[in-house]
Design a protein around this ligand. Structure first.
Ligand code: B12
Ligand code: SF4
Length: 501
């Protein structure tokens, strides 16, 4: 029995123009491969004609089961469109979808897209293994935990929560050999070095109201041990020539030992790789004595969710962190010659124009890299249920749930387009300051390169969009599903066209 795992055609990380195979997909594939399933991977984001190639592959090869991965809410319609296309190309295909968004919104997703037969709720490795095994042996699927579907009567059925894998060290190395690692697009913008996004832990112990990761992993945290992390990085260096990484772990050093182990391993291996890690301000302060070690081990930047410049907002979103801690952490990182990236949230309900000016002045002073976001009620998060109940969600088009578009109104700014303009205006004001321009000539090569890239490509693109209405950048091979259906012309089944989101 053949299983094809599909990363559907979707926009890549438009803000940084970064292409990377999904770490979750590579982990799933490695697990299935070890269980000796006949598997294949199709990362449609890399195909020249993503929809056409997917359709032709299904018609030609007819895999019995196809899995579709949807890791961002913003990609869910792409996943549904892929499901419709696959089902139309081969109605016998058994389709299973997984990822954060379909897990949280399983019933809604199944009802919105009848082409999807099953949803894997939660972590995928064991559920998918049992699911494929049961299909192969024609066994009862009701015994497979973590599966949702609609029965013949149309009722929603869920087999119950699958416990998390206790020890992530039991997982095999992600299946890089099944990804197109040599494809020239697969990299991060990074000073001529080849980069990748990697992931070594799952979850987080905090419970910020807007955070889907904490909700998905139910406020738990597990990690790969530093030795296995270093093995993976060494393989990426030696076999795939990767030198620079965005480490996607939400909070890398939840436990101090994780940081210590990572530093020790990377110093021992001497791979000369570079890392952008994510953490919290309080943990950076706690691990002050490790900061030089992190730098020597190759870390060049810490990204922290600092969110806002006022304690009352931080309290409201349950950040469990103070503005004072944010300042201290930023100062410490600078002192230890580590770059500071802050992810920030604007668009809070009570926010005023004055707050935004203070916000801009506050973060504008400290950060090397400004990760501005619009607060977004991601389905599954406490914020989502809270905002839904208060009736503040004004845009239900999930494509816009990417932190770059306003989907909730604020007390003083009801019009979402106005909030979008405010967002873009802050971005523009930030990046066109002389201080940011000077960074294009910084003695720090990563900062210099990053700012050159960001200002000449991203900020310039946003400015041109604002002034002349030129389109916002998207990868050249991206195609809207509707456009593909139109391109296919007369043979187009009407039902399929109607389903295109
Ligand atoms: C890698 C990554 C990316 C890659 C995606 C590459 C790709 N080809 O898909 C890149 C860098 C392109 C990216 C971009 C974005 N990302 Co991103 N990204 C991540 C990151 C760091 C890792 C994901 C991962 O692999 N996790 C580890 C694995 C183990 O978990 P998983 O993916 O959930 O997979 C497990 C299960 O979900 C399940 N599963 C998943 N798929 C399937 C499929 C089947 C068939 C089955 C059975 C099971 C299954 O099994 C897996 C293994 O257990 C996460 C943060 C994180 N730590 O997770 C954010 C994250 C997914 N990204 C996020 C966001 C918001 C974005 C952006 C919208 C950011 C932005 N503002 O630009 C953009 C989207 C770009 C756009 N539209 O323009 C959010 C999504 C939140 C949400 N619910 O929508 C996350 C959670 C980060 C966060 N907390 O904010 N991202
Ligand atoms: S600290 Fe970060 S990862 Fe943890 S719950 Fe808050 S936002 Fe999510």
């Amino acid at each position: 029995m053949r299983f094809l795992l599909v990363d559907p055609p979707h926009k890549i990380w438009t803000i940084l123009r970064a292409w990377t195979p999904s770490p979750g997909c590579l982990q799933l594939l490695a697990y299935l491969e070890r269980e000796q399933f006949d598997i294949e991977y199709m990362d449609c984001t890399l195909n020249e004609n993503p929809w056409r190639d997917l359709e032709e592959k299904i018609r030609r090869e007819k895999p019995e089961v196809v899995g579709i991965s949807v890791i961002c809410t913003a990609f869910v319609y792409d996943g549904m469109n892929a499901a419709n296309l696959i089902k139309a190309a081969n109605p016998k295909t058994i389709l299973i979808m997984g990822g954060e968004h379909p897990s949280f919104m399983a019933e809604e997703t199944l009802r919105d897209c009848p082409a999807i037969d099953y949803i894997c709720v939660g972590e995928g490795e064991v559920t998918l293994t049992e699911f494929l095994g049961a299909i192969e042996k024609k066994q009862d699927l009701s015994k497979v935990l973590g599966l949702a579907h609609l029965n013949e009567k149309g009722d929603f059925v869920y087999t119950g929560d699958r416990p998390f894998i206790e020890d992530l060290d039991i997982l095999p190395m992600p299946a890089y050999h099944l990804a197109k690692m040599e494809h020239p697009f697969v990299t991060l913008p990074s000073e001529g070095r080849r980069g990748l996004v990697v992931n070594f832990s799952r979850g987080c112990l905090w419970d910020c109201t807007f955070c889907s990761e904490s909700a998905f992993y139910k406020k738990t945290w597990r990690r790969r041990s530093p030795k296995l992390i270093a093995d993976e990085l060494q393989l990426l260096k030696e076999k795939y020539n990767r030198d620079i990484f965005y480490v996607g772990d939400n909070t890398f050093n939840v436990k101090r030992e994780q940081g210590i182990g990572f530093i020790e391993e990377m110093l021992k291996r001497k791979t000369k790789q570079h890392f952008w890690l994510q953490s919290r301000a309080d943990l950076v302060i706690r691990d002050e004595d490790l900061l030089d070690g992190f730098r020597e081990a190759g870390v060049y930047q810490f990204m922290m969710g600092l969110e806002y410049h006022s304690d009352s907002v931080l309290k409201d979103i349950k950040k469990h962190q103070s503005v004072e801690q944010a300042v201290k952490a930023m100062e410490l990182l600078k002192r230890h010659k580590l770059m500071v990236m802050a992810t920030l949230l604007i668009g809070h309900w009570d926010e005023t124009e004055n707050d935004r000016t203070e916000f801009f002045n506050f973060f504008g002073k400290y950060v090397d890299h400004f990760g501005l976001n619009l607060i977004t009620p991601l389905p599954g998060t406490p914020l989502f249920y809270q905002m839904k109940q208060l009736g503040r969600i004004k845009d239900w088009d999930y494509r816009n749930y990417d932190y770059l578009h306003a989907v909730m109104s604020a007390k003083e700014v009801e019009d979402l387009e106005q909030l979008n303009l405010i967002y873009r205006d802050i971005m523009r004001r930030y990046y066109w300051r002389p201080r940011e321009m000077f960074k294009m000539f910084s003695s720090n090569p990563i900062l210099r390169h990053h700012h050159r890239y960001y200002i000449t490509k991203v900020a310039f693109n946003i400015m041109m969009h604002e002034v002349f209405g030129t389109p916002i950048w998207v990868q050249p091979n991206y195609q809207e599903y509707k456009d593909y259906l139109v391109e296919r012309g007369e043979g187009l089944p009407k039902a399929l066209m109607a389903l295109a989101k």
